[in-house]
Write a protein that binds this ligand. Structure first.
Ligand SMILES: *Cc1c(COP(=O)(O)O)cnc(C)c1O
Ligand SMILES: [Zn+2]
Length: 424
């Protein structure tokens, strides 16, 4: 059963069939999936959701797959946890973490988009999938291609974190490190995509891929009992996730699942690669491409494909934007770990650091609901924190050594490790 009318140009509105297309041949605008919402409304109801699986596929009508999904069957429906400890530290009343650091199967938000993209690529009959990636996309395409026996070509900047490289290589794809930054990887991939008949998940089947992000928004709404948060802080690389979260909220409004959308959307980027944040702060429509220089490599896209739409989303929602320095990123990773027991990667550090700054600036008020989107797992970017962590304490395997340690060991460390009053 399909609920998709076809594709539609985001700029001129021209309609196209649901095919392997991604740009408008008249105005070069990007194409977007167009749904039959009247039909969706009949099938997708709060009642019908009750006995559906706790995965992103419970919202299947709003995803662009015609048949049953064939990969990523366990992706999505990640925890939305009320972060009371972190809220106290930040001085706010109602704070939630949407925790995609535990998404299935590869521990990042990219599992959502890849589950849709590869299921769609199989509907189209492709035997090879590919991607240009800053790391997490590479992991998810490698894993999900392996799970359904497709050939995979994965293109990444050669200088990615070791954890990100291993977490692709293990699935045995054709993994190619490009001596250049993501924007150069992407340019090369566009050339390859026009020559080889492969499904590049974020290039020639991008309209379908991008829709997968919306599932995160549906889940947040459902997990808050169909009340949208007043504020949501979102990390941006190419600017797709932030745009699609907004689309998901507007769709829920259209379907009558939530009241009128009243959520302010905030964009978070690393200071050394913040073209979207800069445009928002300068109140400009124009994205000036930058050469990335940040430890947040998963967000290091200097020329974001959906940058314009990301800026437009933030402006429409009356939100704002903030950037995080490398030091602030590391501090925020440690703060989330210490207060909520969640180990996020650099992108999560960016998002929490940006949220913290927006709260300190009173751009986000202390007494309204806030969701912080944590999109990746800290085990993949360990090198950014190892330098700032204490050395491993080593003792002999006997009680006397332990008691010696307690007596003479790092007193400050032991004292700091006490129960702190903000814990409840
Ligand atoms: C890809 C990615 C994002 C956001 O990507 P967009 O290109 O803006 O959709 C956010 N966090 C992590 C960890 C990512 O890998
Ligand atoms: Zn057009």
């Amino acid at each position: 059963m399909s609920y998709v009318n076809g594709l539609k140009c985001r700029e001129c509105g021209r309609e196209y069939p649901k095919d392997v297309l991604f740009v408008c041949e008249y105005c070069f605008g990007s194409l977007e999936v167009d749904y039959d919402y009247a039909k969706i409304k009949k099938s997708l109801t709060k009642e019908s959701l009750k006995d559906r699986p706790k995965t992103m596929w419970r919202y299947a009508e709003l995803l662009p797959i015609d048949k049953e999904p064939t990969v990523g069957l366990f992706s999505g429906f990640t925890p939305l946890l009320k972060a009371n400890n972190l809220a106290r530290v930040l001085g706010v009343r109602e704070l939630y973490i949407k925790d995609d650091s535990v998404n299935h199967p590869t521990l990042s938000f990219k599992d959502r988009v890849v589950s849709v993209a590869i299921s769609k690529a199989r509907e189209f009959g492709f035997d090879t999938v590919a991607c240009a990636s800053t790391g997490n996309l590479a992991n998810s395409v490698s894993s999900q291609a392996a799970s359904c026996g497709l050939r995979a070509f994965i293109f990444i900047p050669a200088d990615l974190e070791a954890g990100k490289v291993v977490a692709s290589q293990i699935y045995n794809p054709n993994l190619i490190g490009i001596e250049g930054n993501y924007d150069e990887v992407n340019r090369l991939c566009s050339e390859i995509a026009s020559k080889y008949r492969w499904a590049f998940v974020n290039i020639n089947i991008r309209p379908y891929y991008a829709e997968g992000s919306k599932s995160m928004g549906y889940e947040i709404a459902e997990q808050l009992d169909w009340k949208l948060p007043r504020h949501i802080v979102v990390p941006s690389a190419g600017g797709s996730l932030i745009t699609k979260l907004w689309k998901s909220f507007k769709e829920l409004e259209k379907l009558g699942f939530v009241d009128k959308v009243n959520t302010k959307v905030y964009c978070a980027q690393g200071q050394g690669c913040a073209p979207i944040v800069t445009a928002i702060k300068e109140k400009s429509d124009v994205i000036r491409p930058v050469k990335p220089k940040t430890i947040a490599k998963s967000l290091a896209i200097g020329n974001p494909a959906d940058g314009y739409y990301a800026v437009d989303t933030v402006r429409k929602s009356k939100g704002w934007a903030e950037e995080a320095t490398d030091e602030e990123i590391v501090e925020a990773i440690k703060l989330l770990a210490k207060t909520e027991g969640i180990f996020t990667e650099t992108a999560g550090g960016v998002t929490l650091a940006a949220a913290k700054k927006l709260i300190e600036q009173k751009v986000i008020p202390e007494d309204e609901s806030i969701v912080v989107c944590i999109t990746g797992n800290g085990l993949k970017t360990q090198e950014v924190v190892t330098k700032s962590l204490p050395k491993l304490t080593k003792i002999k395997p006997n009680l006397a050594s332990f008691e010696e340690h307690i007596k003479n060991g790092d007193r400050q460390k032991i004292a700091e490790n006490k129960v702190i009053e903000y814990y409840i």
